[in-house]
Design a protein around this ligand. Structure first.
Ligand code: PDD
Length: 285
């Protein structure tokens, strides 16, 4: 698979960074995961806006302007298409972009005047099998023990890894987390609760990563006349939900039908899910 590292293109197996890279030593960096359908990145500007916010929060200078990033993403898509012997427009891809603060002798404080490390790779975008969608995902709940800057798409992901493994250990798809009794998100997805026809989600604050699907689901709800509300959602409300949905670049919108071993609502993907999933497929065209 093709990849990009600091201006050089190579095979993913051959790309190497310094052991002093602060991404390796401290997880001092940020990333984006951008899906591309039929060779076109989906919601590219929204991903760029979030990348810029993460860079600002971490005080890492932006190594490229938006046109530069767009050029890189288009080159990755083309390189992948070539690799699999197809036209770009015949492929669905997942593009990964990462910026770390760069290489310096180990010191927690931010070193001055170092060059950020820019890394990008691409792979096939795997679509959830229809049978799994029809069944819905199994999830478990856990305390949100991550840090209080979850709004930064940081590569410091030990918290996410530990959280995700709680569900992986029992063969479940995601871990839905609560902070002080209120819903935050899942280890690598946002969580939506449907009650009496209303879609509820956690506020856009420092305790969740605002997925690109926040704005998208808000729009899809508006189009379908479904009330959409961001507010603190209690654990009790989540456990009493009619439907629970997960969203991310790879899950799109996915129903959670079993939570902590109990059915969510009637235990089947619900009508709001069906509407939002249909709207999502339209939005991709
Ligand atoms: N994860 N919350 C967390 C903690 C996430 O890591 C992600 C994305 C999301 C959903 O964001 P979006 O809708 O923009 O994909 C929410 C990506 C896909 C990952 O880490 O691979």
């Amino acid at each position: 698979l093709p990849c990009y590292l600091n201006g050089e293109w190579s095979n993913i197996r051959d790309a190497k960074v310094s052991v002093l890279d602060r991404g390796f030593i401290f997880g001092d960096g940020l990333y984006e995961v951008v899906p591309a359908y039929d060779g076109r990145p989906f919601r590219f500007n929204e991903h760029m806006a979030r990348l810029e916010r993460s860079l600002d929060e971490l005080r890492i200078p932006n190594p490229m302007d938006r046109a530069g990033w767009r050029g890189l993403v288009d080159q990755l898509i083309a390189a992948y298409a070539k690799h699999v012997g197809k036209k770009a427009e015949e492929t669905n891809q997942l593009v990964y972009l990462q910026v770390s603060r760069g290489v310096a002798m180990r010191d927690h404080a931010m070193p001055k005047d170092i060059e950020p490390t820019v890394f990008a790779m691409v792979n096939r975008l795997s679509i959830y099998p229809a049978e799994e969608r029809a069944k819905g995902a199994t999830c478990v709940t856990a305390d949100d023990f991550r840090w209080k800057k979850a709004h930064i798409k940081s590569t410091s992901l030990a918290g996410a890894v530990l959280s995700r493994q709680i569900s992986a250990d029992v063969g479940a798809t995601e871990t839905i987390m609560f902070r002080d009794g209120f819903l935050s998100e899942a280890s690598s997805s946002n969580v939506w609760v449907v009650k009496d026809g209303v879609v509820l989600g956690a506020p856009r604050d420092n305790l969740v990563l605002e997925g690109i699907r926040y704005g998208l689901l808000e729009q899809l709800c508006k189009n379908a006349n479904i009330p959409f509300q961001l507010r603190r959602v209690s654990r009790e409300e989540v456990l009493a939900a009619d439907e629970i949905l997960l969203s991310s670049a790879t899950k799109e919108v996915l129903p959670c039908t079993v939570l902590d071993g109990k059915p969510v609502g009637n235990g089947r993907p619900g009508p709001i899910y069906e509407k939002l999933f249909a709207g999502y497929q339209q939005a991709k065209l």
